[in-house]
Design a protein around this ligand. Structure first.
Ligand SMILES: [Zn+2]
Length: 88
């Protein structure tokens, strides 16, 4: 139990440090959480390989090129239908 408390205590301190520490990531999580679909304003999900943002509502994929997401609706690609079937 004492160990658990120590872990939680360190985690709390970690939050404060993280606020100042900027990780050298091309797409950081805070930024991703802010990003919304330009069409429906819904939440986007980043692909594990960070190649595109998917909007499950519009069934559109916003491609990421050179670490820059392209949120032009006209240039977004339709999500492959296979993904829907694989999920279930
Ligand atoms: Zn959308």
């Amino acid at each position: 139990m004492r160990l658990m408390r120590a872990v939680y205590g360190n985690a709390a301190n970690g939050w404060l440090r993280q606020a100042r520490y900027k990780p050298e990531m091309a797409l950081n999580k805070e930024l991703i959480e802010i990003l919304a679909c330009p069409k429906c304003k819904g939440a986007l999900s980043l692909r594990p390989d960070e190649s595109a943002f998917d909007c499950p509502v519009c069934q559109l994929a916003y491609k990421v090129l050179d670490d820059i997401p392209n949120f032009i609706v006209e240039e977004a690609e339709p999500m492959p239908q296979i993904q829907k079937e694989v999920r279930g």
